[in-house]
Design a binder for this molecule. Sequence first.
Ligand code: UD1
Length: 418
Amino acid sequence: MGGARLAGEVRVTGAKNSVLKLMAASLLAEGLTVLHEVPDILDVEYMAELLRRLGCDVVRDTDGRSVSIAVPAVPLHKADYDLVRRLRASINVLGPLLARCGEADVALPGGDNIGSRGLDMHVAGLEKLGATVRSEHGFLIATRDKRLHGASVWLDFPSVGATENLLMAAVLADGVTVIDNAAREPEIVDICAMLTAMGATIDGVGTSTLEIHGVDSLSPVTHTTVPDRLVAGTWAVAAAMTRGDVTIRNARADHLDIALDKLVSSGSVVDVLDDGFRVRNHDRPRAVDIVTLPYPGFPTDLQPQFIALNSIARGAAMVTENLFEARFRFVNEMVRLGADVRTDGHHALVRGKESLSGAPVEAADIRAGAGLVLAGLVAEGVTTVYEPHHVDRGYEGFIGDLGTLGADVTRIEVNHLT
Ligand code: UD1
């Protein structure tokens, strides 16, 4: 039900896009890895199940925020389609399994339906390290005759997933690997911190050139996941759109520089606190142009939320999507809410309107779902977001937190046959 002003505090947990890779990285060391600040979301469940099928014992601790992973001396090396298809991040077991077991058979992944999402850079990079990779019956099969060896790898594009896979393969390779044009996301810095604690040597962390000195073996560690900048950013936009006042705890403003700067340009006040930040807005937002780029550029995973903001802003904005071509599919759903958005290739022109009008809409991926919920918060009347399981994949306790902040929102069961 639209119209509420969000006010109060929310606490963000660890980043989905980091913890899934940290769970994969646990495969690199025999023994007990403990991860803290693990969000209680579907994707973590899927990854836990995948690790179990590889022979690990995965338990969520009684505190609810930690996960323990006991990794056997020799993990199994086959990741089947029924789980892999559910999340893209399962491709990140490829590098560690190859390094540890000498072979990795990973079904071609699924995950969000947001574009073609190739794997060419993963494959080319692993081949440079000495692997043989082939695609067969829906599986990517990577093998090595002897230990992987260090190499110079130049990525065509700073792919997050490829950088992570290559990092996890290179830490157990023989010699030095240099990854050029590497991704620089905070989640990459997080996995580098964990790998370093496990005994790896990685230079250039947080820059576009990573130099990895391979070691013979790694040890399991306890690691706290970096806070989820995308969840924090979603709350920030929600505060701005509802002319609210929300304090977001366990959040890193320095991981959201551009997004928060855009909110300031749109009229919000942002105060940086010791453990988070506060976003206040008293007026209708001003439209802000967005261009998505690899970090430290504007995150593609906040693009739908900013389209939602621009749709009720004063003025018009150009939103340019450079990472995932299909991310604009969600614009059709925004139009159902009365938004004035026109796309042309990877540009969307959003002309702000005084109000949106509640309607049934469908979430096609995590961030589109979040964007539609934000739009529903400001639309007149009731907005029903179908397929909310997409949102559950990335946001822990979203409905509960929205309610605590004052939103009128309920989860309903829908019988699709009536
Ligand atoms: C990760 C995030 C996702 C985020 C994205 C970009 C996870 C689980 N997901 O996805 O939320 O939106 O980073 O910040 O962490 N590409 C290729 N070939 C490759 C690899 C990638 O063509 O071998 C292309 C993709 O199709 C896409 C672009 O590169 O267009 C970016 O992909 P990448 O950075 O790899 O994103 P993901 O790791 O899939």
